[in-house]
Design a protein around this ligand. Structure first.
Ligand code: TXE
Length: 501
């Protein structure tokens, strides 16, 4: 039991501040322990935090990008030093196993290190002019203060991706973490504060979606929003941002499939499926939620998979030996158990798992067994995002059939194919409707130096997180023409004369 539960405030204009708002608790989903309390920011406080970001914009955009990069590198150094502490907070507050908790923090460290270097690149283009003694080029400019709204499943990594890109671009941030993981958000902001970002450049608000989330998106001084979360909330954010005609990055989940061809290396496949489906208890936007198996290897794959899944050790995620922790909240638990009931009702075959774990070490947490169903391709379990430790297995006749099944869902985030045949691998890269395709690896495992995002209802394709593409969310292109001819030159009009016409 915690003797003293720390009461956190809001962070803006360089300081932690007391809030007028009511407070809420954040709890460990494995033990029920209260970890800390946080304020529900009021509309006045939302406005104050945005004002602080706006006030910091002018100086921040004028800070040379390599100097901004120095601060990002410093933040990466602080996070490295505090990695174990932060990793443990991720595991305690969100419930992923400790190795993944540390990985969550590492992702933020990696992206900050990568984005820091972007401060010395941020390339534009020089383009030939149609007129003599004239130069044309493009430069990136920051859009202004931006809102970052993040979910609970990667409570340090996703804030790391979004803020790293915004800050190097020259945009002050107003960050709202999920109400399930405000402590991870606060620890992350502590690291940025320790690194020495100027007051107002980094701001954090906790509180409700309607007051804080909507308040950030709708505020006239917020010039771009980056959001990761559920589809319904994402669509709402998109609509609200469209009214202001600001940039929006949306990443809204997936129904990601692994295709197992009949020539796949089965040991490799099973390792990948288990990690993809049950890592983070299936609560990753890129989680392997469907396994589409060629009919020739179906029985063997299902037999081995069920045997191995039933041996996974579920328990307290802080224990290094645990394979899978709890789901993140009572709402998550309800939702996953509802889907398990739907699977049974729809006539799916429950192959393993399917129950909530109770009593003893599970008594106070949200533990669900790793669950595998054999389902019809049109069933709800084959079509809808569950966001929990439930894998749906579907039989396919051949490559074309497998791809048709994979593409039959409304999402398009990640995808994978296990095969040793180059023809299938290269065709799948073109044929799978998804922002990411893995070959001989599960649907999870994104690296920060490459673009991350999806298609269809996963989100608009014009923005991508991570990689150099991350800058697109927070910058706009300025086109610059420099005429050093000393006279008025007319594009489209003088060209005939120059060509001798
Ligand atoms: O998401 P929400 P929740 C999916 C997953 C999960 C479901 C619900 O299926 O079961 O979404 O999770 C803030 N204006 N994903 O309830 O509500 C909210 O406070 C602006 C997939 O956590 O979408 C939080 O900070 N913001 C996903 C963030 O939005 C608002 C990861 C996400 O919350 C708001 C997480 C509003 N009106 C859940 N209302 C993925 N893509 O991986 C809430 N928020």
């Amino acid at each position: 039991m915690n003797a003293v539960v720390r009461e956190y405030g809001l962070f803006f204009n360089g300081k932690w501040r007391k809030s007028e708002g009511k407070r809420f608790e954040t709890r460990n989903p494995a033990t029920g322990e209260v970890l800390a309390t946080f304020p529900l920011a009021t509309p006045t406080e939302v406005a104050a935090a945005i004002k602080s970001a706006k006030g910091a914009f002018e100086a921040w955009r004028k800070t040379p990008a390599p100097r901004r990069g120095d601060l990002l590198l410093e933040a990466a150094t602080v996070m490295k030093r505090r990695k174990e502490e932060l990793g443990r907070v991720v595991t305690s507050e969100m419930g992923k196993v400790i190795a993944e908790g540390r990985g969550d923090v590492q992702e933020a460290i990696d992206f900050y290190t990568y984005a820091a270097g972007e401060g010395r690149r941020m390339f534009g283009e020089t383009v030939p002019s149609e007129l003599p003694n004239k130069m044309c080029m493009t430069v990136r400019l920051p859009v202004g203060p931006v809102g970052l709204i993040t979910p609970w499943n990667f409570p340090v990594a996703i804030p790391g991706w979004k803020s790293g890109a915004a800050l190097i671009a020259g945009c002050p941030i107003v960050f709202k973490p999920s109400s399930l993981t405000p402590l991870c958000g606060a620890k992350f902001v502590e690291c940025l504060d320790e690194a020495g970002f100027p007051p107002g450049v980094v701001n954090m608000l906790t509180g409700s979606g309607p007051v804080v989330g909507d308040g950030i998106v709708a505020h006239p001084d917020i010039r771009a929003v980056s959001f990761t979360g559920g589809v319904d909330t994402g669509k709402h954010v998109y609509e609200s941002a469209a009214k202001k005609m600001i940039k929006v990055g949306l990443e809204l989940g997936g129904k990601n499939a692994i295709i197992a061809m009949d020539d796949a290396n089965l040991d490799l496949l099973l390792d990948g499926v288990l990690f993809g489906a049950f890592g983070t208890a299936g609560q990753r936007c890129t989680a392997t939620s469907r396994l589409i198996v060629h009919e020739k290897i179906y029985d063997r794959v299902v037999g081995d998979l069920v045997e191995r899944a039933s041996r996974l050790k579920v328990g307290n995620p802080i224990d290094e030996k645990t394979d899978m922790g709890p789901v993140a909240s009572d709402d998550q638990e309800k939702k996953v158990l509802e889907y398990i009931a739907i699977g049974k009702k729809e006539g799916g075959t429950l192959l393993t798992g399917g129950r909530k774990l109770t009593g003893g070490p599970f008594a106070k947490g949200f533990f669900i067994q790793p669950t595998i169903f054999a389902v019809d391709r049109n069933s709800r379990l084959a079509q809808e995002e569950i966001f929990g430790p439930v894998l749906s297995v579907i039989k396919a006749k051949d490559y074309e059939d497998a791809v048709a099944i994979a593409n039959s869902v409304k999402y398009g985030l990640s995808s994978s194919i296990y095969t040793n045949d180059l023809r299938w691998a290269f065709r799948a890269m073109q044929d799978l409707e998804a922002g990411i395709t893995y070959v001989n690896a599960p649907t999870i495992g994104a690296e920060v130096q490459l673009p991350f995002g999806g298609t269809k209802e996963t989100g608009p394709t014009d923005t991508r997180e991570a990689g150099t593409t991350a800058l697109e969310e927070f910058t706009y292109w300025k086109t610059v023409y420099v005429d050093y001819s000393g006279r008025l030159q007319k594009a489209q009009i003088d060209t005939a004369r120059l060509a001798g016409g």
